[in-house]
Design a protein around this ligand. Structure first.
Ligand code: ZN
Length: 420
């Protein structure tokens, strides 16, 4: 396996560049990478610096070149809600390989960075970074913090923990501080708290409140005392969303009940919203879901449509996140279709999955836009995503994926001068 740092410089020509900053496309563009796996030049062919002899060239024939996408909300430890029970029937080693396979599928769908918000040990981040497995760059919350009986508590009346240890249970201000310290000790890059109940948890409702504003503020404070990391709040009902924003979280995940007051407050505080529309609108299937889960989904999809469309119109900072696991892995960029359907322009939806997502993760100095000095993470897609966003949603139309300058996928027609 090639390690990301060992890549030969590459020159991509015939590129229509959408650089992820929100700027319009550059036609007849060139993207060049350096030997260190970063971008060396991004811009019009007419302004390209002289080319060293022997540089590899890849002509992408007018296809669109975009930054590698960032999914800010996935769960690689599960393939579906039904996996909760399967995990108890097989050797946990198999679960590690299943997670690695989901990571590979996600990368091949065009996602070069992913944030796992519960269930993925930090060792997966290390394994990816060292080239032991192929997948998106990983940021992980490790576990999900919540109250006894809340959204992170899957204990059954007979005492079995159906989450398989994904819940980090904390019930007081003192306990949430200890939980933060424990999660940071295990290598968490982000702290995930439950500010409300949820769709998939048996004991509660999306409108139920989770951690209190005071507890959330203590989490944010404790994180800041240890160097600072993003704090992500699972927050669906309005009261919990308000607690999360006032408590100082970086992002509201789901945000279905984001009413006018919450939208204003998010705007004032600069809070990101990750609407995970794929789980609201895709895969609602009465035949495969528990009835309590199905009924919650149907009711909340209407509320979500209205509030997230208004958030888009109000200019709330929206980052792409799917909650993959609840929806299938490796179809992440379907989320773009939902964002456009609720009122985003295709260009703005692309920005939500690139620059804005990188800002939410605090990685915008390295990834999320195509500019000299950034990581050479990019995708090449067939078709014109600015005219039809759905071309990005089909993994078979993601023709090429480069990550840290290393080729991870190549479906382009064979060219004499383009190996890899
Ligand atoms: Zn989630």
């Amino acid at each position: 396996m090639t390690s990301p740092a060992s890549s030969a410089p590459l020159r991509i020509t015939g590129a229509r560049i959408v650089d992820g900053t929100g700027a319009g496309p550059v036609d007849d563009g060139v993207v060049r990478t350096g030997a260190d796996g970063t971008l060396a030049y991004v811009g019009p062919a007419a302004a390209e610096p002289p080319v060293e002899p022997g540089t590899r060239t890849l002509d992408v024939g007018g296809r669109t070149v975009l930054p590698g996408f960032i999914d800010t909300h996935v769960h690689f430890c599960a393939g579906s809600s039904a996996d909760l029970t399967r995990r108890f029937q097989e050797d946990p080693t198999v679960g590690v390989f299943r997670a690695a396979e989901r990571m590979r599928l996600t990368l091949e769908a065009g996602v070069t960075t992913a944030r796992d918000l519960g269930g993925l040990p930090a060792g997966f981040r290390v394994a990816q970074a060292e080239g032991l497995t192929v997948g998106p760059r990983i940021r992980t919350a490790v576990r999900i913090m919540g109250h006894t009986g809340g959204h992170a508590d899957y204990s059954t009346p007979c005492g079995m923990d159906l989450s398989g240890g994904v819940g980090e249970i904390a019930d007081t201000v003192d306990q949430v501080r200890i939980s933060v310290r424990r999660l940071l000790r295990e290598g968490a890059d982000v702290i995930k708290v439950c500010a409300t109940g949820g769709m998939g948890s048996p004991h509660d409702q999306p409108d139920d409140e989770g951690l209190s504003e005071e507890e959330i503020r203590a989490v944010v404070d404790e994180v800041s005392r240890h160097g600072g990391r993003p704090v992500a709040a699972h927050a669906q009902g309005t009261a919990g969303i308000l607690n999360a924003i006032r408590g100082g979280v970086t992002s509201v995940e789901h945000g279905y009940g984001l009413d006018v007051r919450a939208r204003e407050l998010a705007g004032e505080r600069g809070t990101f919203v990750v609407p995970t529309l794929s789980t609201v609108f895709d895969g609602i299937d009465k035949s495969t879901m528990e009835s309590y889960h199905y009924e919650k989904k149907v009711r909340w999809s209407g509320i979500t449509q209205e509030n997230i469309a208004a958030a888009i119109a109000d200019g709330v900072r929206i980052a792409l996140g799917t909650d993959s696991a609840i929806c299938p892995h490796g179809r992440n960029l379907r989320e773009l279709i939902h964002l456009v359907r609720l009122g985003m322009s295709p260009l703005d939806a692309i920005t939500a999955g690139t620059r804005t997502a990188a800002e939410l993760l605090g990685l915008d100095d390295r990834v999320g836009t195509l500019a000299a000095g950034k990581e050479a993470d990019l995708v090449v897609c067939d078709g014109d995503p600015l005219a039809d966003i759905s071309v990005l949603a089909e993994p078979e139309r993601i023709a090429y994926v480069l990550q840290g300058g290393t080729v991870r996928k190549n479906l382009l027609p064979a060219q004499p001068d383009a190996r890899g």
